[in-house]
Design a protein around this ligand. Sequence first.
Ligand SMILES: Cc1ncc(COP(=O)(O)O)c(C=O)c1O
Length: 365
Amino acid sequence: MIERYGHGGDLETAAEAYGRKETDFLDFSANINPLGPPKQVQDHLEQALSSIIRYPDPGHRQFKHILSRKLGVSEDNICVGNGAAECMSLILLGLYPQSVGIIEPCFSEYRQLSEQFDIEVRSVRGREELDWRGAAEDISELIQQVDMVFIGQPNNPNGVQYSLEELRMLAEKAEQSNTYLVVDEAFIDFIPEEQQASLLRELENYPGTILVRSMTKFYAIPGLRLGFTVAHPDVIRFMTGKQVTWSVNGLALLAGEAALACDGEFEQQTMKLITEQRQALVQGLSALGCEVSAGEANFLLVKLPESWRAIDMQRELGQRGILIRSCAMYPGLGERHVRIAVKDAKANQVFLAEIERVLQNENRE
Ligand SMILES: Cc1ncc(COP(=O)(O)O)c(C=O)c1O
């Protein structure tokens, strides 16, 4: 198993496990835009390298300014973080809930961060017939039992969204119960705007609802780290009050500014690529006897054919230089579940050819 730290994208562990160089893998275990960072971002970073001699702006003012205009919200509604992950930790530190609710399977950091801060975690299980979404009644009940609930929109690892009506109902319920609703929209940029279900435009109706977004996936800068939260100004103040000064580094801020300045072309290219290639992967994997969940994001939850365990498939593919994310450890999922990132046509074809070879190889142990 290569999820030593609980996540995909761990090339160092993979290199140790499979005796290859880190650069020698096609990585389907982390869900990063296959186009890589926009050219404008790369150019800007090259020019900006000499700026590392300066401290970054602790107020993240320029990035926040551009972001507020792009999102159509006030700067007082934004907290910039060292990745969405830091935003989540600041939400927990700033609001200090005694109990947190999660809907499993979900991103492991909701639980891990809560437990790191000694916060009690309660969970409900997503239902297979709802493509692993939580049932509205189960989430409503959870909201009444805890101080804060995390929801993935779209959720990792299954890639599905809740509808806007469901989100409104849950946000309303959260207001009535004095519970914070944290909606993790780290992957929402990969969904065409008209299909995104987000409460971004309605946040003034729900002061207890907090949106978390990431710049690391869509703009392909996970190594730089950049994310943000959109929420009521009081929530933002509590969060920034707990933030380590300069936790967001200068190059990340500059990359973020350049990314937001890109015209729509990068976004359109990404959307086209992901939509077409997700379809190609669904078809290819289904033809090989895999069950593929109905995800809308840039990754797919896949149940391997009956005789296959995720851990065996991960090893077989890893030895061939392809990394996939085992999902066997996600509560609620089984030992046959894996998650596959949607990459470009060339990489996806290599992946499909290799997994076909592995599935046809009857001599495995
Ligand atoms: C659902 C989800 N939210 C948030 C994050 C963290 O994003 P970031 O890289 O911005 O910290 C991840 C990373 O994998 C994720 O899967």
